[in-house]
Design a protein around this ligand. Structure first.
Ligand SMILES: Cc1cc2nc3c(=O)[nH]c(=O)nc-3n(C[C@H](O)[C@H](O)[C@H](O)COP(=O)(O)OP(=O)(O)OC[C@H]3O[C@@H](n4cnc5c(N)ncnc54)[C@H](O)[C@@H]3O)c2cc1C
Length: 294
């Protein structure tokens, strides 16, 4: 049976996941592999299948919480699949590309459409997966189509209306066996000064979000008609700490890694906050972030 070594795939053994997540938590994984192109990605999936290994895709690690246990499997890190280009009002981007970097590139080149995405640290694939968004816009508003690799190593391109996008959800999140390879995004030429708007939004983020500490953005989805942050703040939970994980004093829907937090600390705190909010308001909060390997 072929190994990553035989296939000349770049890989690391026992790599700590805490080095690859914005929360800075997570134990080691058996293998972390770094495909340089789609052919290598296919080879990797083949090797994983031959060896009956567990696997998952990692984008920028800004929406995941790994436990401290070893992840007995392979993490496919897409950081090298990062090319992008704009042609005739259409952006094509590979999934490992940095979404804020691309968003800024579109703005600097006089395009509107992706400007909402300058302020959060997603990869393109991770943002498509969870239909990320802010300021009233989300990925599904601008995606034209998505190209993915299925488990049988076949590539497919599906149009936006087949991606089953909804609030922080998509067919890719429901299925988990589709590896998002690239997507195309529609842009509009504009003369508007979007740079000023972006600066204002960034200033607001710095004022209202605890960006000085490791986190993964909003922990909970907003329930219908209210905001999770308001419910948590009204329940008096700002500053609540379990182990090294703490509900931010600046933004109640953020949990921060205050000091050497583990995924387990974050999990306990998430449960505590959910239980308290449910008891007080009879609303069960649902997490936006994903717990893995607990
Ligand atoms: C300070 C801060 C602010 C944030 N603000 C916002 C915000 O305003 N709006 C918002 O929506 N989010 C926000 N986030 C959360 C986060 O950036 C987004 O959820 C982002 O979309 C996650 O992308 P990622 O590449 O980091 O995904 P990861 O965390 O790496 O992965 C998340 C999930 O996507 C899957 N995945 C990733 N890439 C692929 C792929 N190519 N194919 C298949 N599956 C894949 C992974 O397997 C995993 O299940 C914020 C985070 C931080 C730290």
């Amino acid at each position: 049976m072929k190994s990553f070594e035989d296939a000349k795939i770049e890989y690391l053994k026992d790599e700590l996941l805490s080095k690859h997540t914005t929360y800075k938590v997570g134990g080691p994984c058996s293998y972390m592999v770094f495909p340089k192109n789609v052919d290598e990605l296919k080879k990797i999936v083949e090797i994983i299948k031959d060896n009956k290994m567990k696997y998952m895709i990692l984008g920028n690690g800004s929406n995941v919480i790994f436990s401290s246990k070893k992840y007995e499997g392979t993490i496919i890190n897409l950081k090298y699949l990062k090319d992008y280009k704009i042609e005739r009002n259409k952006l094509t981007a590979y999934s490992g590309a940095s979404l804020p970097q691309i968003a800024l590139f579109t703005v600097n080149n006089g395009y509107k459409g992706l400007d909402f995405a300058v302020g959060f640290p997603a990869s393109v694939g991770g943002a498509v997966f969870m239909n990320a968004g802010c300021y009233g816009s989300e990925m599904s508003d601008v995606i034209l189509d998505v190209t993915y690799l299925d488990e049988n190593l076949n590539m497919h391109t599906i149009k936006n209306d087949k991606c089953k996008f909804s609030y922080r959800n998509s067919i890719f999140k429901q299925n988990k066996k589709m590896i998002i390879v690239s997507c195309t995004i529609k842009l509009t030429k504009t003369k508007e000064d979007l740079k000023q708007l972006i600066d204002e939004r960034m200033k607001k983020r710095i004022q209202t979000q605890p960006l000085e500490k490791p986190s993964a953005g909003s922990v909970f989805k907003n329930p219908e008609g209210t905001s999770a942050g308001k419910l948590i703040e009204d329940a008096g939970l700002k500053g609540k700490q379990i182990g090294g994980a703490k509900v931010s004093e600046k933004h109640a829907n953020f949990i921060i890694n205050e000091e050497n937090a583990t995924g387990e600390d974050i999990k306990k705190l998430v449960k505590y906050v959910s239980d308290e909010v449910e008891e007080k308001y009879n609303i069960r909060l649902e997490t936006e972030q994903e717990f893995i390997n607990f």
